[in-house]
Design a protein around this ligand. Structure first.
Ligand SMILES: C[S@@+](CC[C@H](N)C(=O)[O-])C[C@H]1O[C@@H](n2cnc3c(N)ncnc32)[C@H](O)[C@@H]1O
Length: 292
C-alpha cells in the first residue's frame, strides 16, 4: 500500500521528468500531482489527515491511469478529474470549454474595486465558456442579475451545468450570442475573457492547449479582431457609469501599440497574471474611432 503523501511525491517527480506544461491551474509538478490525486479521490484540499491515508488498490488503478493519460496525451488535469476551481469555487470542467484560469478571479474577489462603487444590478460575462467568471461575479454580488453569453452550444451546455451546480438559475441566465448580437439592454459591468491568441501562435502552444476548443483561443488580426470588436460594440450595452473589464493576456502589448492614444487601465495582480484592462463607457465613446 502507498500513502497519499508517497503517491503525490512519486507523481510529482514523474511529471517533472516528463517535462509537462503547467499552466491550467497550477505552475509546478507537486501542485499538479496534489490536484490530480485529491480531486480524483474526492479528498478536500484542506483535509489535514489526507496525506497519511492509504490508497486502496482500486483508487490506485484510477490514479495510475490518469497519470498515464496526463503524460502520454498531455491532457490537462482539470479535464481528467472533471473539475476546476475559480475564485475558491468549484466548477465542472471538460473539453466543451476552456479551463478556468483567468486572473479576473482576483479582481472579482476584491469587489471589482475601484471600478465598481455601487453593487451592480446587471453583469454580463461575454465569451463565458463554462461560466466561471459570471458565476463568481454572481457569488460576489448577490443582488446582481448575470448573463452568461457565448457562441458555442457546447460551452453554454457546460455553463448551464455550472449554473445548476451553484443553484444560481434564479439570477444567472445563459444566452447564445455572437458577441453582443443577441443581447438586450445595458449592463453596469461587462467582464470578458475572449479569444485573443493569433492563429500562428496557437500552433506553437504546448500540446496541453490542443485539448481545449480552438474557438476559445483563436482570434484573427494578430489576436485582436475579437477584442477590438468588443471595444467597438460595448458602449451600446453599458449603462452611463458602466465599465468594461477585458482580458487579452499576452496580446496586451499588441493591443497597447495599436491603441496608443487610448488610456486603457491595466490591472495588477498580487497572485500573478497580466493583460487585463478596464475602460469606462465614456472613454469607449471618446476613443471609438480608434477601435476601427
Ligand atoms: C478564452 S475562452 C474564455 C472562457 C471563460 N470565460 C474563461 O475565462 O474560462 C473564450 C470563449 O469565447 C467564446 N467565443 C468565441 N468566439 C465568440 C463569439 N464571436 N461570440 C461569443 N463567444 C465567442 C468561445 O466559445 C470561448 O468559450
Amino acid at each position: 500500500m502507498i500513502t497519499v503523501a508517497q503517491y503525490v511525491e512519486k507523481t510529482s517527480a514523474v511529471f517533472d521528468e516528463a517535462e509537462l506544461f503547467y499552466g491550467h491551474g497550477t505552475d509546478n509538478g507537486y501542485d499538479e500531482a496534489v490536484y490530480l490525486v485529491f480531486a480524483s479521490l474526492n479528498i478536500p484540499f484542506d483535509d489535514p489527515t489526507a496525506y497519511t491515508r492509504e490508497i486502496s488498490p482500486r483508487d490506485r488503478e484510477l490514479l495510475d491511469s490518469r497519470v498515464e493519460e496526463r503524460i502520454s496525451k498531455r491532457t490537462p488535469v482539470a479535464y481528467l478529474v472533471g473539475q476546476a476551481w475559480f475564485g475558491g469555487l468549484r466548477f465542472i470542467a471538460d473539453a466543451r470549454a476552456l479551463i478556468p484560469r483567468s486572473p479576473l478571479a482576483e479582481f472579482i474577489s476584491g469587489g471589482c474595486a475601484p471600478f465598481v462603487t455601487a453593487p451592480p444590478a446587471r453583469i454580463l460575462d461575454l465569451c463565458c465558456g463554462g461560466g466561471c467568471i459570471g458565476l463568481f461575479a454572481a457569488h460576489q454580488f448577490p443582488e446582481a442579475k448575470v448573463d452568461l453569453a457565448d457562441l458555442s452550444d457546447d460551452a453554454l451546455a457546460l455553463a448551464q451545468e455550472n449554473v445548476a451546480l451553484h443553484n444560481a438559475a434564479a439570477r444567472v441566465t445563459t444566452l447564445q450570442s455572437d458577441l453582443f448580437e443577441a443581447l438586450d439592454g445595458c449592463y453596469d459591468l461587462i467582464l470578458s475573457n475572449p479569444p485573443y491568441v493569433p492563429l500562428d501562435e496557437v500552433l506553437d502552444l504546448p500540446t496541453e492547449y490542443c485539448h481545449e476548443p480552438a474557438l476559445g483561443l483563436v482570434s484573427e488580426d494578430d489576436g485582436l479582431a475579437i477584442p477590438l470588436k468588443i471595444l467597438r460594440e460595448a458602449p451600446g450595452y453599458l449603462t452611463e457609469d458602466g465599465v468594461l473589464v477585458m482580458e487579452v493576456g499576452y496580446s496586451h502589448e499588441q493591443l497597447s501599440q495599436r491603441l496608443i492614444e487610448v488610456p486603457l487601465l491595466w490591472l495588477e495582480f498580487a497572485n500573478g497574471g497580466e493583460g487585463v484592462f478596464a475602460i469606462t463607457r465614456d472613454e469607449l465613446l471618446r476613443y471609438r474611432e480608434q477601435f476601427k
